[in-house]
Design a protein around this ligand. Structure first.
Ligand code: ME8
Length: 522
């Protein structure tokens, strides 16, 4: 291989990695629908990128230190480690139930992470970007955040509106103020760094009046990683937590080959309330470590309860995703979460809306299409797709729509517009249903027009094959079930096959099988 070719191949290989993360969740209570939301979104993009041939790293995990965890463990009469062991298992279990296939699960109590965080702290201290000073200010325990007097809203935490308490102590500080200019120029040079646009504007407004150094150690509790050279101090939980994105890849802990391969992250998915930590503090820490910053921070919206307040553990108004999955099935839950509300916006969760989506989009539109089409092939041709087919010019409206579907989805998926991608897929589902109404296969059967009838049913099967590839990342079980009904192997779920017409072999056998989404009556 010439040097130039080798360079090209290396470049190509490098371009084909994709690293997606979710926030690492506080195991301060059982996982709820909000946690499921972000992890499903990351799973969808991870499955999609894998289908498209990327070498993907998908990381999630739990953020196990801090005063909040210490308190909740005590309330449950457990030591913090026993408590987080228990709850982090619930998160892992939920990901299995939801069909999530993360590549790694980090716990901040993992030994390798603790050691790496200490090394990072030392590096920043030796560089002069962490220094010792006196901390005076307001502290919000649930948010693990410090606030100045001016930042409080009606004397409460500006993020969660709960009580704050005055705190005054010797502490270590990170020189965030030093990186103000670099962060502003990061936003200017990379207009897509913070998404959606509205969140970027919020960040810009937040730092308009400058940035203050932040306190990165605490002495009033002990459940955390010690400052290695000053054992009275515990490292601030956000410094501990944010660095998970690099320690999980082996940064500062020996084998850093994955770090070299996957960093910088392609996207950090986070809820809108923690964009600030990810879009300001995190890049500054990385800059201080002389590391590249992530390519994108995407702040998604919130699921609200029907009184329009944010669902959260502490408010006790959450929806249990385990229950939803056992009632509707994991694919339906995944579909609903990403279809109902555009990823950047807030949405009100209701069982009525989920049931409506289930019965209309899944049972009626897609489920019926599959069973109707395959039922007719069983009835008229004993389950075989006939060789002899009479294609008409008018069929090309459906054929072309199906063949070009991938172009529209790719655009949406690359912009994390999941709801829009699904609505385009459902346009094809509707077009198939309309095509059946237009071509009236039952009349063709009655009139003995078998060549035309077999063409019509073949066209619907091919469209269903394309639909199954397009929905795989959203609803993996259903996609595989459709493929199975069409007599295809799992490996035919391949993005290379999505824009090709005629993959289904003529003379092959199909079978209706069990209903894809049996209608739920209530
Ligand atoms: O903030 N709607 O953990 P956390 C949508 N440990 N998404 C929601 C949601 C809702 N009602 N409620 C929670 C933490 N989420 C830190 C993160 S990262 C280095 C450290 C999702 O358990 C959303 O993604 O409070 C949000 O950002 C995340 O859960 C917060 O989880």
């Amino acid at each position: 291989m010439t040097l130039l070719n080798r360079k090209l191949v290396e470049n190509l290989m490098q371009r084909r990695t994709f690293y997606v993360t979710t926030p690492i969740y506080y195991p301060s209570g059982n996982p709820h629908i909000g946690h499921a939301y972000c992890t499903v979104a990351a799973d969808v993009i991870s499955k999609y990128k894998k289908l498209r041939g990327f070498d993907v790293m998908f990381l999630t995990g739990t953020d196990e230190h801090g005063q909040k965890i210490e308190i909740v463990a005590k309330e449950n009469n457990m030591d913090p480690k026993t408590y987080v062991d228990l709850i982090s298992l619930r998160f892992k279990k939920l990901w299995r139930v939801l069909g999530i296939t993360n590549d790694r699960f980090i716990r901040t109590t993992n030994d390798f992470h603790k050691k790496a965080v200490q090394r990072i702290f030392i590096r920043l201290y030796e560089k002069g970007d962490i220094y010792k000073g006196l901390y005076k200010g307001w502290y919000c325990t649930p948010c693990e955040s410090f606030w100045t007097e001016n930042q409080l809203v009606s004397s409460k935490c500006p993020d969660c509106s709960r009580d704050v308490h005055w705190s005054e102590e010797e502490a270590y500080f990170f020189k965030l103020s030093k990186y103000l200019g670099d962060i502003l120029s990061l936003y200017d040079k990379n207009p897509n760094f913070v998404q959606p646009e509205s969140r970027k504007n919020e960040m810009k407004a937040f730092i308009e009046n400058g940035l203050q150094d932040i306190c990165v150690s605490r002495t009033n509790f002990s459940w955390g990683i010690n400052v290695p050279f000053d054992k009275n101090h515990v490292i601030y939980v956000w410094l501990d937590a944010l660095t998970n994105y690099i320690t999980a890849l082996g940064y500062a802990s020996g084998d850093d080959s994955d770090f070299k391969k996957f960093w910088p992250a392609s996207v950090h998915f986070v809820g809108k309330e923690i964009v600030r930590f990810h879009a300001i503090i995190w890049p500054a820490i990385l800059m201080a470590l002389d590391l590249p910053v992530p390519k994108c921070i995407h702040g998604h919206g919130w699921w609200l309860s029907d009184d329009s307040s944010k669902m959260s553990k502490s408010k006790g108004n959450t929806v249990d995703p385990f229950e939803l999955c056992s009632y509707y099935g994991s694919d339906a839950v995944r579909y609903f979460l990403l279809r109902e509300v555009p990823f950047g916006s807030d949405g009100v969760f209701s069982h009525e809306a989920l049931l409506k989506r289930f019965n209309s989009d899944l049972a009626n539109d897609l489920g019926n299409l599959l069973s109707r089409c395959l039922g007719m092939i069983e009835k008229y041709f004993s389950g075989t797709l006939l060789e002899d087919q009479e294609i008409l010019e008018s069929d090309y409206d459906l054929i072309n729509m199906a063949k070009s579907l991938y172009l529209k989805i790719e655009k949406d998926m690359d912009a994390f517009q999941f709801s829009s991608a699904l609505s385009k897929i459902w346009k094809l589902v509707s077009r198939c249903n309309k095509y059946i109404e237009e071509t009236k296969p039952w009349d063709l059967a009655k009139d003995g027009k078998n060549a035309r009838l077999s063409a019509v049913l073949y066209n619907v099967c091919e469209s269903l094959r394309i639909i199954s590839i397009s929905i795989f990342s959203f609803m993996p079980k259903s996609a595989l079930q459709i493929q199975d009904c069409l007599g295809l192997q799992k490996k035919s779920i391949d993005w290379k096959n999505i824009g090709i017409w005629g993959i289904l072999k003529k003379n092959s056998t199909v079978a209706k099988g069990e209903a894809l989404f049996p209608r739920i009556e209530f």
